[in-house]
Design a protein around this ligand. Structure first.
Ligand code: ATP
Ligand code: ZN
Length: 293
């Protein structure tokens, strides 16, 4: 599957065609100015304003496509990347598609710790990671690979336990199972091929990453504006955990100023209360689309 010589400059990016990661990945791409139509109907689509083509694949296939250099970049869960043991570089963790690969057992059974699993059968769609986990524990298990509905296999008598992706745990509960231990914590990652890339592509990837970082930073920040008496400026400055010195503009009303700045979203409510006490009023918070520091 390897592409021999990398002469094209268009970046080829793999994303999941249809599934849990699709909307969030497409939104992220839109958020960084990469637009395309008809991604639901085609396997390959070209972006409008950026030299990118998207390849729409099953998530299981993405690690290999990127490893082999068919695609330069891919958006895929750490779970799939680790299961396929793909030789790729993880560029960014993207903070969505979060889940964990866990071992779960029937609620009222007698499997409680790793050593209880000796000789037991475990059903999973993640045979590599599951086998590796028990090997590291020095426990011999039989791993049965199943592609879907893994959680009903204990009831069917096909397996003693399962190893499956969990996010809320609701599906496990509904099937009379409880989570025992976690093999892997996962989120969506942006991965890059380790195949040699042209200079043009390397430059495009730099740009792409800068946009992603700006977008992610923006998601964690808010633009705030407030009015305050001039006399309160120093107190207000001390309260704001700003990245830079705030913008201060005089208002028509004498002795009053408008103060604008960017703050981390996590600080907003604390800061807002302190600002009010310091004499600020008309405090407005706005989302930011993107920012480049
Ligand atoms: P495909 O047809 O592309 O193979 P799929 O059915 O294997 O799709 P999805 O169920 O869409 O995959 O899940 C895609 C990814 O979403 C998973 O590989 C994982 O990274 C992530 N994910 C997040 N939460 C969960 C969850 N609770 N269960 C399964 N996957 C989850
Ligand atoms: Zn899949």
């Amino acid at each position: 599957m390897t592409r021999s010589k990398d002469s094209s400059t268009s970046l080829r990016i793999a994303i999941q065609k249809s599934g849990r990661l699709t909307d969030k990945t497409v939104n992220l791409l839109h958020g960084i100015g990469i637009d395309f139509d008809n991604y639901k109907r085609n396997l390959m689509v070209k972006a409008r304003d950026f030299d990118v083509e998207l390849l729409l694949l099953r998530d299981d296939d993405i690690p290999e496509y990127v490893q082999d250099g068919i695609c330069d970049l891919g958006f895929v869960g750490a779970n799939e990347r680790a299961e396929k043991d793909a030789d790729v570089t993880v560029l960014r963790g993207l903070n969505y598609g979060k889940c964990r690969l866990s071992i779960a057992v029937p609620k009222d059974g007698n499997l409680n710790e790793a050593k209880d699993f000796d000789g037991k059968t475990i059903a999973t769609s993640y045979p590599f990671l599951t086998q590796k986990y028990f090997k590291e524990q020095g426990v011999d298990v039989k791993v049965v690979e199943i592609s879907g509905a893994v959680e009903i296999t204990p009831q069917l008598g096909v397996a003693d336990a399962i190893s499956d992706l969990v996010s809320t745990g609701g599906t496990l509960k509904a099937n009379g199972l409880k989570e025992l231990f976690t093999i892997l914590e996962s989120e969506t990652e942006l991965v890059q091929t380790n195949m040699e890339l042209s200079e043009g592509k390397k430059e495009l990837i730099e740009k792409f990453l800068m946009r992603i970082d700006g977008y992610q930073q923006a998601g964690k920040s808010r633009y705030i504006m407030m009015n305050a008496p001039e006399s309160a400026i120093e107190t207000v400055k001390a309260i704001i955990p700003s990245m830079k010195s705030p913008t201060i503009v005089p208002l028509a009303e004498t002795g009053m100023v408008a103060i604008h700045t960017v703050i981390p979203i996590t600080k907003f409510w604390n800061v807002m209360e302190e600002l009010k006490e310091a004499g600020a009023s008309d405090i407005v918070m706005l989302p930011i689309e993107s920012m480049i520091l």
